[in-house]
Design a protein around this ligand. Structure first.
Ligand SMILES: Cc1ncc(COP(=O)(O)O)c(C=O)c1O
Length: 311
């Protein structure tokens, strides 16, 4: 039939929902998965933070929906310990698995993970709150799982914004309330933003900073050189001694940094996941975002070199 103008929106649309935050997107994913029955567990990674001001972007939705949860072990690069995962799967009935691409990096073989979940009848959710435009083997992170979600305000200068992506046609997200939808000004920023340029600048900044700090003896970058396809959220380093001292020294010199996550949720056992507490106590995430200039990185690395770590 010939029509004057297009009349079918749904035909050529991406299967996404634009939300006010990443955690709202995650909440609706959980609601959809556990709608008919709340049986089965969601398996969560054992590195999840919380702050008094912001709560926990990952754990709050799990508690709000009121589902069974359990944690799996990660290695020192924050990627999945598969042996442990298999051990957990034998012990409890897992319905969904959450994988977090920490700081924009993907240290998991996502093809293997997605096949593994399919074979074991587990719904895979990718938390891309830290990874806005990162790829694994030439495929965008966020397109491997049955669902994924993103956090716009962690990459663009907006105060909020989330994206929920459905990759499995079997699932359908029901309409969400207006107050949980993306705000117009966030949508405008998203639409106008040059994501390729922003990604390029983040990579440039990471590489420059990495070269400048790689010989500083008291810190070690968690991931080394930037792998192909990765757009970093920041440059995470581990500082064996006196991380907080370094944080405050930088702060004094007007260089704000963050420690993702300096406090883990209490539900993560200190005994079972002690390595995660080591990371939590020693991590510092250095800024590499698009507004940082090369001269800023030179200042940051100079200041880092001047800091004396004494016992
Ligand atoms: C790994 C991770 N997932 C999800 C979220 C939630 O994102 P948002 O702040 O957009 O709700 C956050 C941040 O809080 C996060 O760090």
């Amino acid at each position: 039939m010939i029509t004057k103008k297009p009349i079918n929106n749904s035909k050529y649309q991406k299967n996404i929902v634009l939300t006010n935050t990443g955690r709202i997107a995650f909440k609706h994913i959980l609601k959809t998965i556990f709608k008919d029955n709340k049986e089965g567990f969601i398996l969560l990674p054992s590195y999840i933070g919380i702050t008094d001001r912001e709560g926990s972007g990952v754990f709050d939705p799990v508690q709000e929906i009121g589902i069974n949860y359990n944690f799996y072990r990660l290695n020192n690069k924050l990627s999945i310990d598969f042996e442990y995962l298999q051990f957990k799967l034998k012990k409890i009935k897992v319905k969904a698995l959450l994988v977090i691409h920490y700081f924009g990096f993907s240290k998991n073989d996502m093809n293997f993970l997605s096949n593994y979940c399919k074979e074991n009848n587990i719904i895979l959710i990718e938390d891309c709150a830290h990874s806005f435009n990162s790829y694994f083997n030439n495929k965008l992170l966020g397109s491997f799982g049955d669902f994924s979600f993103f956090s716009i305000h962690k990459f663009l200068s907006t105060v909020n914004g989330g994206i929920l992506k459905i990759n499995n046609e079997k699932f359908f997200i029901e309409d969400i309330p207006n107050n949980e939808k993306i705000k117009l000004n966030t949508l405008e920023v998203l639409y106008k933003s040059n994501i390729d340029k922003i990604s390029e600048l983040r990579c440039r900044n990471y590489n420059h900073l990495f070269e400048k700090i790689r010989d500083v003896t008291w810190l070690s970058p968690m991931y080394g050189k930037l792998p192909e396809g990765i757009v970093p959220m920041n440059l995470p380093v581990l500082i064996k001694k006196r991380r907080d001292f370094v944080y405050f020294e930088l702060m004094k010199r007007k260089i704000p940094t963050i420690s993702l996550y300096y406090r883990l949720i209490d539900e993560i056992s200190r005994y079972e996941f002690s390595e995660m507490y080591y990371i939590s106590n020693n991590i510092l995430n250095l800024p590499v975002h698009q507004e940082i200039e090369l001269k800023d990185i030179n200042i940051l690395s100079k200041v880092l070199r001047e800091i004396k770590i004494n016992n």
